[in-house]
Design a protein around this ligand. Structure first.
Ligand SMILES: NC(=O)C1=CN([C@@H]2O[C@H](COP(=O)(O)OP(=O)(O)OC[C@H]3O[C@@H](n4cnc5c(N)ncnc54)[C@H](OP(=O)(O)O)[C@@H]3O)[C@@H](O)[C@H]2O)C=CC1
Ligand SMILES: O=C(CO)COP(=O)(O)O
Length: 345
């Protein structure tokens, strides 16, 4: 296998289970394998799993890319979970609870559960780490999050990127950092799990807003204003939930927001652009075959904000457009007509 610069501090092959063989699960499995881990990738469809094992290609998500040795695919969650030091969860956020319910009894009591997901559960308004804690009973030292500007479509080409690995127990974050550190993937540790998750979930909503602006034909001043005020909303919500404000200036805050809002690869931003061009929600859903988390999570983020008494006008506008059918131009007009305020409140 080519040397992709796995950490010298990872001499014993760490066993990792990755649950979810979509874009990010597959690309992150590659990162882990390149870092020297022994990776088992769980997918729900036998044809995808068979293709990965026989051709080393995930035909649905990365048909032109050969995956490295060191990844074995399976539909058998028990086999994936067996002996795993880390169980990496990469399914759509709204499906986590049901899936994890089936997987929990298969996992060792010491396995660290790692969320790659960027969403908030609808109804409960729980963060993914909170869903994990509730379903599995794991304590904060066994729950970690990976976040940051990590578009799977770029990482699969091993383009350089940084990320944050967050766990309340910094020693665990360091172990995960070692497990996924390669020459092209640079993880930084953080203990602010809540801040990283809020950054990841809200940037999808702001990505939708920026996409809508793009679809309306609005320019870079508008988009930069949405990104910046969107980051202000993100930080306000995060602070109300006990996050460290510095997280929002970092990779899981500004970094991920910029990557998402500026990239044609972002599903959320592309989804928003379709709405801005005048397509309906149903039409856009029908042409989107990948997970655009913000479409559902905009409602749970709004509910979370209301619960904490935090003003999130851009998020409210996105919910009104996506789920309330408000014409995007009217939403823009209303956002601009809000009462004048100081920048920092
Ligand atoms: N893609 C990216 O660049 C990044 C994504 N993320 C986050 O990662 C998470 C996963 O997204 P991503 O991999 O991109 O999404 P994709 O849409 O690319 O893949 C989703 C995966 O989940 C599977 N899946 C869908 N529904 C279910 C279900 N009900 N039960 C079990 N498995 C299911 C799909 O299986 P099938 O193929 O059979 O439908 C597929 O393997 C999201 O929260 C996203 O925000 C985070 C950083 C980067
Ligand atoms: O989270 C991502 C990049 O960090 C991927 O963004 P999208 O889900 O919008 O494609």
């Amino acid at each position: 296998m080519e040397d992709h610069g796995g950490e010298a501090g990872n001499p014993v092959r760490t066993r990792v289970a990755v649950f979810g063989a979509g874009s990010w699960g597959t690309a992150f499995a590659m990162v882990l394998a390149d870092a020297g881990c022994d990776v088992t990738l769980w997918g729900r469809r036998p044809e995808v799993v068979d293709a990965i094992n026989t051709t080393r290609v995930n035909p649905d998500y990365f048909p032109d890319f050969v995956l490295p040795d060191g990844i074995t695919a399976t539909t058998d969650a028990r086999r994936a979970a067996a002996g795993a030091a880390f169980a990496v969860l990469a399914v759509p956020s709204q499906t986590l609870r049901a899936n994890l319910g089936a997987w929990t009894s298969l996992l060792d009591r010491n396995t660290v559960l790692v969320s790659l997901m960027k969403g908030v559960e609808l109804g409960t308004t729980l963060l993914m780490s909170e869903v994990i804690a509730e379903v599995t009973g794991a304590g904060p030292d066994r729950i970690a999050v990976v976040s940051g500007p990590n578009l799977a479509g770029e990482l699969i080409h091993r383009q350089p990127a940084a990320c944050v690995v967050a766990c309340r127990d910094e020693a665990v974050a360091r172990q995960l950092q070692a497990a996924c550190h390669t020459a092209y993937y640079r993880p930084y540790t953080n203990v602010d799990v809540v801040g990283c998750e809020i950054g990841g979930a809200v940037k999808n909503v702001i990505g939708l807003a920026v996409g809508i602006a793009d679809g309306l034909g609005l320019g870079d001043n508008t988009k930069a204003s949405l990104i910046t005020r969107g980051l202000a909303e993100t930080a306000r919500l995060g602070l109300a939930m006990g996050a460290d404000p510095r997280t929002f200036a970092g990779l899981a805050g500004m970094g991920d927001l910029v990557a998402t809002a500026c990239s044609p690869l972002s599903r959320n931003t592309s989804f928003g652009a379709s709405l801005g061009r005048g397509m309906t929600l149903a039409q856009t859903v029908a042409t989107t075959h990948r997970t655009a988390e913000g479409v559902t999570s905009c409602r749970s983020v709004r509910d979370l904000a209301r619960r904490h008494g935090v003003a999130m006008p851009v998020t409210e506008a996105v919910v009104d457009i996506v789920h309330g059918g408000k014409p995007p131009r009217l939403a823009v007009k209303e956002l601009m007509a809000r009462s004048a305020k100081p920048e920092r409140v």
